[in-house]
Design a protein around this ligand. Structure first.
Ligand SMILES: [Zn+2]
Length: 537
């Protein structure tokens, strides 16, 4: 029985469905383009994958049912259209109002679609009331712990999808030139969200998706940059909002400050500088994350007001911020001040995680090349090559040796790959290096020594071109070794897979057939292997 229920098209090419999975019911939303490729999707399941498998299940279902459902939708539209032809405007209006009385969904939908047509008094934000009602009607499960254990996925426990819809509406109105409405929607969504969440206490945080908030600030920023809203008024608005207690501890507080930083230089340089400086003082002991954001704002401000020295001073004091570090290093490199750049980079390398180290090492290598510092080039490029065989780094590595030392340089690297090897990936690098250096004999020797079916899967064809007999011999040895030492269905599947690959190459058909008939005799007691061979050949 299908686990997908209630598949429906909620708008043109937007689909919704429920899926009954291991952890309960998931809500799935999919937006497609005309070719039925995924544009946007969401699923409330606990999976870390994006898209998760449910998206593909529903997508398959859409492909099967699309035509039937579309037909139905067209039929509905035709039927309603036929009836409405003879219904007067007043009758229709009365009907909708009656329906909306008892349908929150219809009410919200009409508000979302038509509120911009309302007459507005100046200074009044009609969207505030609407959003307040939206937030008030959010259902909060009283037994959150139950959800917590089951799902480990908090984003969708509290459904704030309506914010996304209002975000889209605001963007659409801005496109149509209705900037006042777009701005009012953004403000209402930001303010009412903060009012609602600040009454809830900290434990709510993990159940809520905050991402929507940034969209509203981004739209305000874009409109003000394009001259579609009054910058000064917006700046003053931000300034008065951040005074309010409800933004305390929320990321929105930073968003307001970031927005102010966009035009502080023109509007209120003195006040902005004082505000950020005092925030920086306060945050020094509390949160380095917020201190980082303030420092970024200040640098942006100094750049905009041509206070280069102050920007650089702040950057030098905060080299723990990656983008500052990059900027300082760039400055020193551009000025030919390599020593200072190296000092910063070496300090950074001591502090940073292994993940990010390569970024800084790359800059060191760049400097070493500029300085013709052969020893450093060798050391750094060798470190990169240890992680991965890469032609570019290999070329750099070789460039740091005189001709008569090239062979030793090669051997050092080869030894590193070949000797450490019960790690398969290093075996691959050893083989790649031999192939790259065109050392065919050594490669054959190495493959013979490794007896790795994985390696032979990759190199069979290459060796075949150089020496067909050797290729068959090496492949057979590797395959025999693999078959002898691995028991289990997954291994047999891999044997079948590699045999098929070899079958496709010239000369491979006979080789594969010989191996198959040999194994049918040798391993006739391995039931699963016999099954898999029969299935595949
Ligand atoms: Zn899912």
């Amino acid at each position: 029985m299908s686990k997908i229920r209630n598949l429906k098209q909620s708008a043109q090419n937007v689909w919704e469905a429920s899926y009954f999975g291991n952890y309960g019911e998931y809500n799935i939303k999919i937006a497609l383009d005309e070719q039925l490729t995924l544009k946007e999707y969401s699923c409330s399941c606990p999976s870390d994958r994006s898209p998760c498998k449910h998206i593909f299940f529903v997508l398959d279902e859409i492909k099967i049912k699309k035509d039937a459902l579309n037909n139905e939708a067209d039929k509905n539209a035709d039927a309603v259209s036929a009836v409405l032809q003879n219904v007067s405007h007043d009758e229709l209006r009365k009907f909708i109002i009656d329906q909306a009385k008892f349908s929150e969904e219809l009410t919200r939908s009409i508000q979302l679609n038509f509120s911009d047509k309302l007459q507005k008094k100046s200074g009044e934000n009609i969207y505030s009331d609407i959003l307040r009602q939206e937030f008030a009607s959010i259902e909060i499960y009283d037994d959150q712990d139950k959800y917590y254990d089951q799902d480990e996925y908090y984003d969708h426990v509290i459904d704030l999808d309506f914010l996304e819809q209002w975000g889209k509406k605001a963007a659409k109105l801005a496109k149509q030139g209705k900037f006042l409405d777009a701005e009012a929607i953004c403000k209402a969504c930001i303010e009412e969200f903060a009012s609602w969440i600040s009454g809830k206490g900290n434990e709510m945080e993990e159940y809520i998706n905050y991402d929507f908030q940034k969209d509203f600030f981004d739209l305000l920023k874009t409109m003000s940059k394009n001259g579609q809203t009054d910058k000064r008024a917006l700046y003053n608005y931000c300034q008065s909002e951040i005074e309010k207690k409800k933004y305390e501890g929320l990321e929105i507080f930073d968003y307001f400050n970031d927005l102010m930083a966009e035009f502080a230089a023109d509007i209120d340089p003195v006040g902005f500088l004082a505000l950020q400086t005092s925030l920086l003082e306060k945050s020094k002991n509390t949160s380095s994350l917020s201190a980082k954001r303030i420092s970024r704002r200040l640098v942006k401000f100094y750049d905009a007001t041509n206070q280069k020295d102050k920007a650089e001073k702040l950057i030098d004091e905060n080299l723990q911020i990656d983008e500052f570090c990059k900027r300082a290093v760039d400055k020193h490199i551009a000025g030919g001040n390599y020593g200072a750049a190296k000092e910063i980079l070496n300090k950074k390398l001591k502090m940073c995680s292994e993940w990010t180290a390569s970024e800084w090492k790359e800059r060191l290598l760049e400097i070493a090349q500029k300085e013709n510092d052969a020893a450093s080039i060798r050391k750094l490029s060798f470190e990169f090559l240890q992680n991965e065989f890469n032609k570019q780094y290999f070329a750099i590595y070789k460039s740091a040796f005189p001709n008569d030392k090239l062979e030793t340089a090669f051997e050092d690297l080869y030894k590193y790959y070949a000797k450490t090897s019960n790690i398969l990936i290093l075996k691959f690098y050893a083989a790649e290096l031999l192939q790259y250096e065109n050392k065919i004999e050594r490669l054959i020797e190495y493959l013979d020594k490794c007896r790795s079916l994985e390696l032979m899967e990759k190199y069979y064809e290459y060796i075949y071109q150089k020496s067909p007999e050797k290729a068959s011999d090496l492949f057979k040895k590797a395959m025999d070794y693999y078959a002898k030492n691995n028991l289990g269905r997954e291994y047999y599947e891999y044997i079948a897979k590699t045999l098929k690959i070899v079958q496709k190459t010239p000369g491979g058909i006979e080789l594969a057939n010989n191996i198959i008939s040999e194994y049918r005799a040798t391993y006739k007691n391995r039931k699963a292997m016999m099954e898999i061979l029969t299935q595949n050949f």
